[in-house]
Design a protein around this ligand. Structure first.
Ligand code: HBI
Ligand code: FE
Length: 270
């Protein structure tokens, strides 16, 4: 229990709980082709996630370990930052084991097994993204000593949770918070309301975020390789010091030097 890991107790799920997973799964899988990064759908296949019912973490981990050496372990809910980072650094993804109630089908604040497993785990079959998540965990452990967890949490938020990717000139989803949400999957790509900005590590670490509504600013990467490379090449220590002297950026704010993606620039992929 020191690492907060609990047994999933897969056999204890009720028929209604499995049915809730199937309902959420069917809804997302019907909408995601053409909208989500191809690597995500590859992951669904590699992990045989279309098998009905809530996945058994042991079975899932066996397949995931074969792909990238990651595994999935159950935790009781949100766990302390340093424990969370430690698991990621060791290529263990922590997942909630409970599933949302029918009245929470469209929104809940705490991550349930659908968000954690459907949203996060497929991309962990991608070797580059898998390495990024490990590097993130290692960076998190270092951020603690710089009092800068909030900055690294923003990086997680705007990439792992709410990231967009430009795939051959077209915007696609990859963030787990988007791909596990039916309404935000459409909004993030198609609404004229949010801004879509080119990925900028420093800018992201200055940007506040909101947890109770759709995002107003999304950040767009060119590739998972860009994400991994920039994270590995950055010396975060001096960067944290530099960022402490710069103002924070509000939720929907746009700066003069932000590289905003419009439908025209998107088509040219520049
Ligand atoms: N715990 N179970 C769980 N899931 C998370 O996503 C999580 C957490 N604890 C801390 C945490 N995330 C944050 O520190 C990161 O988002 C940075
Ligand atoms: Fe999440």
């Amino acid at each position: 229990m020191s690492e907060w890991v609990i047994s999933q107790e897969w056999h204890r799920y009720s028929a209604a709980e499995h049915a809730m997973w199937d309902r959420l799964f069917a809804r997302q899988v019907a909408m995601l082709p053409g909208r989500v990064a191809p690597a995500f759908l590859d992951g669904i296949d590699v992990l045989r996630m279309s098998k009905p019912g809530i996945p058994d973490f042991d079975e899932l981990s066996e397949r995931l370990e074969r792909a990238t050496g990651w595994s999935v372990v159950a935790v009781p809910g949100l766990i302390p930052d340093e424990v969370f980072f430690e698991h990621l650094a060791k290529r263990r993804f922590v997942a909630g084991r409970f599933i949302r109630a029918p009245e929470q089908i469209d929104y809940l604040q705490e991550p349930d097994v659908f968000h954690d497993v459907f949203g996060h785990v497929p991309l962990l079959t991608n070797p580059i993204f898998a390495d990024y998540m490990q590097a993130y965990g290692e960076g998190g452990l270092r951020a603690i000593s710089f009092n800068s967890i909030h900055r690294l949490a923003r990086l997680y938020w705007y990439t792992v949770e709410f990231g967009l990717i430009c795939d051959q000139g077209a915007l696609k989803l990859y963030g787990a918070g988007i791909v596990s949400s039916s309404s935000e999957s459409v909004y993030a790509l198609e609404s004229d309301s949010p801004h879509r900005l080119r990925f900028d590590l420093k800018r992201i670490m200055r940007s506040k975020y909101r947890i109770d509504d759709f995002q107003q600013n999304y950040f767009v990467i060119d590739s998972f390789d860009q994400l991994l490379r920039e994270t590995l090449e950055t010396d975060f220590g001096p960067l944290y010091t530099e960022l402490d002297s710069l103002p924070e950026i509000e939720v929907a704010e746009i700066l003069a030097d932000d590289r905003v993606i419009t439908r025209g620039t998107q088509a040219r992929g520049t």
